[in-house]
Design a protein around this ligand. Sequence first.
Ligand code: TRP
Length: 337
Amino acid sequence: MTRVFSGIKPTGSVQLGNFCGAIGRWVDGLPDAGSPAADQRDQVFCVVDLHAMTVDYEPETLTATTRQVASILLAAGIDPARCLLFVQSHVGGIHAECTWLLNCVAGFGELRRQTQFKDKADGSEHVSVGLFDYPVLMAADILLYDTDEVPVGDDQRQHVELARDLAERWNHRFGNTFVVPRATFPPAGARIMDLQTPTKKMSKSDDSPQGVVRVLDDPAVITKKIKSAVTDSDNDVRHDREAKPGVSNLLEIYAGVTGSSIDAAVTAFSASGYGNLKSGVAEAVVEYLAPFQQRSGELMADPGEIDRILRAGAELAAERANAVLQRTKRSAGLLLP
Ligand code: TRP
């Protein structure tokens, strides 16, 4: 079986783009419930709270967001009977120790060249060593689970490439130790854009709250945001990302949440104006999210149950990661106790 690992940062609340994109792909890839493949738990998903600490943050917010993101994943169908779900810091000692080992083969220059580091460090007054080392911690996450595939967004390409380089370098220096992972990306074009600035990706840590549909937003709020989406002035419903980014985005959202094609979406609305298009899309999104919101509401009402699921996940994760860590330490010549 192909082993899959991916992570989600508990910063900001999950929005429609992550939900239909990353999380949707993770859920679609799960084996059937009760199948032998499900028992293997070869798909591993991690709420990466240690990564969330690399930039300024509020401690209380981190606690709440970590539990919230975990419950969103559970409600979305990341089913602990078919995969492994855990919080990174629950297995933090192992991830941190593996990061140290990898730090000793990672180069200062290659970390300095990481575009995410450059973007985040640029213009900020205080740049933490944690932010600099972020990609090495991410490599440890991936390598500790003998991962074959890492489903990520395009912005994580360089980080997964670094994890590959570190694994290969380690194997070359110390003998075959790590599985060399590869990134997998969503199909081209499958991208939900910001409702207010439809030329940029919808993003959870965004400062344009009106352009971002959060999956836990009230139906009334979702409707209002979609009805205020930026379009254009010709009132002609067609799909053309270049000339009509706003209208095209609405059509793509509609196709995404109803599981239909873009052509079908265009046909459904071509005779109507933008007003009807927007209310149609709003209704479809609200209906799509309703069962999920119901489940996540039930889960969130019982934080003890979420914590129990996460503890069980961490126990299994620790067992697996520790086996890989011991193998790694032995390969490096560390005297095992
Ligand atoms: N850096 C990833 C992001 O911002 C999150 C992440 C951390 C991750 N560790 C990972 C993703 C391991 C995939 C695999 O999206």
